[in-house]
Design a protein. Structure first.
Length: 325
């Protein structure tokens, strides 16, 4: 199968958005932006053997995740994902069916969010595959959720559970024995097929001020970024961390994975006390778990602090602990 056959085979027959004037097939895509909205663009790259390994990831899973991590960035801005473009560098040893399977993984997710594939690029790679996805989304003018929006007194929250993706990866790499967990498949699924929290992002966009970040590098890192951008100190409590009970009881690394593991693609953010109950109610009604993990304070000596189970206060660096002097 050559490049043209491939492009032909992955070109969608119908599009969700009538605002696409020219899709795949010309030098560039043309779409009409919605009035009163701002455009959000983000891009993420996944490299074979760095971000995924073919031994444990099916091409469908790789495609799914490459798109999911970008949708997660749109969610963290409070936006609606709409379009995506795919740049693919594939080694000649890949079969056409594998490339198509990658697109099937993306299509499956794109359907859920009513997203249209509007372009891309296909090149050959000498050794390892590289997939880059660009997602275009939109948000009502002035309502994007920025990292700089945290204020003293705000509630700090996290959706879903954290550390599960790192547990899944550890299982896939064979570093943790399958017998260690009873919820093995849940953790593996959290690693291979994270569910971007678009709906929560949309709720947050309707609030007065919300700082939002998706958890790609670990909670400690994401909260450090919010604290830095907002010039505040964030204090969380170890006892409040949303960790799956099977992970918390079965593995000594649960805390390290929850704070520094990353790739959970949950949302971490801040919201005023007044609006927190509204957000909580909306999430409850939609069946999305969300939990307060801490509070925002005026800027102190560190970006992020954590009260441990034994009532000590430690500094959470972007990566790793630092005992509080
Ligand atoms: P050009 O030479 O003008 O860059 P291409 O032959 O690379 O055109 O692409 C032709 C069309 O197919 C364009 O609309 C492009 O966006 C689309 N396309 C190419 N590769 C991919 C891909 N891997 N995924 C989705 N669309 C693609
Ligand atoms: Mg091209």
């Amino acid at each position: 199968m050559d490049e043209f056959d491939l492009i032909h085979s992955i070109t969608p027959h119908t599009l969700h958005h009538t605002s696409v004037d020219v899709g795949i097939g010309d030098d560039g895509a043309v779409y009409t932006a919605s009035p009163d909205f701002q455009q959000i663009v983000c891009l993420d790259t996944m490299v074979e053997d760095v971000h995924f390994k073919l031994e444990y990831s099916a091409p469908e899973d790789i495609g799914y995740k490459a798109l999911a991590v970008n949708i997660s960035d749109i969610a963290a801005m409070g936006g609606i994902p709409k379009f995506y473009l795919v740049s693919l560098a594939v080694p000649s040893c890949w079969q056409a069916a594998e490339v198509q399977a990658m697109y099937e993984g993306m299509t499956e997710l794109a359907k859920l969010y009513r997203m249209d594939l509007i372009g891309g690029d296909t090149v050959s790679a000498s050794d390892k595959a590289v997939i880059t996805v660009t997602v275009i989304g939109e948000v009502e003018k002035g309502l994007a959720c920025l990292r700089s929006s945290a204020r003293p007194g705000d509630v700090v929250f996290v959706t879903g559970d954290i550390g599960s993706s790192a547990a899944g990866l550890s299982l896939l790499l064979g570093e943790t024995a399958p017998s260690a967990f009873s919820e093995r498949d849940y953790f593996i699924q959290k690693h291979k097929r994270p569910v971007p929290r678009v709906q929560v992002g949309r709720f947050c966009s309707q609030l007065q001020h919300t700082a939002l970040n998706d958890i790609s590098d670990g909670l400690a890192s994401e909260l450090n970024e919010i604290a830095e951008a907002s010039s505040v100190t964030i204090e969380i409590e170890e006892n409040l961390l949303p960790v799956h009970p099977d992970l918390r009881t079965a593995h000594s690394k649960w805390k390290e994975w929850a704070l520094f593991g990353g790739e959970d693609f949950e949302l971490a953010g801040t919201v005023s006390q007044k609006e927190w109950t509204w957000l909580l109610d909306r999430c409850k009604a939609s069946g999305v778990p969300i939990k307060q993990v801490g509070t925002v304070y005026e800027r102190k000596e560190a970006n992020v602090l954590m009260k441990t189970a034994d009532q000590k206060r430690i500094v959470l660096e972007k990566k790793g602990y630092n005992h509080f002097k």
